[in-house]
Design a protein around this ligand. Structure first.
Ligand SMILES: [Zn+2]
Ligand SMILES: [Zn+2]
Length: 157
């Protein structure tokens, strides 16, 4: 089991949700979804688990727990850690979401959306695990893995 994966893959919270319904789908269309209020802020996660999953950073948005899927029979779930799971389309392999087990929060790859708010990259996490062969030019709020874990700890009651 990886120790690098974090319970929260974004610093975005419901407070900056867009309240703008958005729709998306996988590459082949077997799975589609509607999210009631995705965050317009896109997060990049550079953790080693995300790198292994997608071959690079995960660029995704916080959809909260209010997301509905069609074609759910085509979704496979992989338990990537004790606290979270990752899903993909059985037909085309598109990554569909990272989901926290305890609250059902879905972090959805931004590239799946067909509409929605004006997304913009505004934060990067596990910046200390980012490979040296690229850097995003966007001005973002960056956090190391340790800082992410510290924030998660501080948010717990
Ligand atoms: Zn598909
Ligand atoms: Zn990650």
């Amino acid at each position: 089991m990886s120790t690098n994966e974090t319970p929260t893959h974004t610093t975005s919270t419901a407070q900056n949700a867009s309240n703008e319904e958005a729709n998306g789908q996988c590459l082949c269309g077997a799975v589609s979804f509607t999210c009631s209020s995705p965050s317009p802020g896109v997060g990049a996660c550079h953790c080693s688990t995300c790198q292994g999953w997608g071959g690079g950073p995960l660029l995704a948005v916080d959809c909260g727990s209010d997301i509905a899927f069609q074609g759910a029979g085509h979704i496979s779930i992989y338990a990537s850690s004790q606290w979270a799971e990752r899903a993909f389309c059985q037909v085309c392999g598109s990554h569909l979401f990272y989901r926290l087990k305890h609250d059902g929060k879905h972090i959805v790859p931004v590239g799946l959306f067909r509409d929605g708010p004006a997304f913009h990259l505004d934060h990067q996490i596990f910046i200390d695990e980012k490979p040296d062969y690229f850097s995003f030019a966007n001005v973002t709020h960056n956090m190391t893995g340790a800082e992410v874990f510290a924030q998660v700890q501080s948010e717990q009651p």
